[in-house]
Design a protein. Structure first.
Length: 105
C-alpha cells in the first residue's frame, strides 16, 4: 500500500523475494513437457531456481534476515528432492535440466 506517494517496505520485499508472474510463466513455457504441463519436475525445479535467485538478491541487502533464511533452506531442500527424483526417473532429462539452469558443477 502506498503511504504519502511512496511504496511500503513490504511491497518492495514481496517484489524482490517472489517470482514475478512473467518469470514463472517463462519457466513453465520453457521446461514444460506438453501444452498443459505446470507440475513436471523440470518446471518445478526451474520455478524454485528463479525463487532462489530472488532470495539471493534479497540477502545481499538484508544479511541478517533469519526468517527468510529458513525459507531459503526449505526451497533448497525441495529443489534437491525434486532433482533426486528426476535423476532416478530419467537421467537424460536430469542432465539436460541442470545444464540449462547451470545449478550443478
Amino acid at each position: 500500500m502506498s503511504v504519502g506517494g511512496r511504496s511500503s517496505d513490504s511491497e518492495n520485499n514481496n517484489l524482490e523475494i517472489g517470482v514475478s508472474v512473467g518469470t514463472r510463466e517463462e519457466a513453465v513455457r520453457k521446461y514444460r513437457t506438453h501444452d498443459k504441463d505446470t507440475g513436471s519436475p523440470e518446471v518445478q525445479v526451474a520455478v524454485l531456481t528463479h525463487r532462489l535467485e530472488g532470495l539471493k538478491r534479497h540477502f545481499e541487502k538484508h544479511k541478517l534476515d533469519k526468517h527468510s533464511q529458513r525459507g531459503l533452506l526449505q526451497i533448497v531442500s525441495k529443489r534437491k528432492r525434486l532433482l533426486g527424483y528426476l535423476r532416478d526417473q530419467d537421467v537424460n532429462r536430469y542432465r539436460k535440466l541442470i545444464a540449462d539452469l547451470g545449478i550443478r558443477k
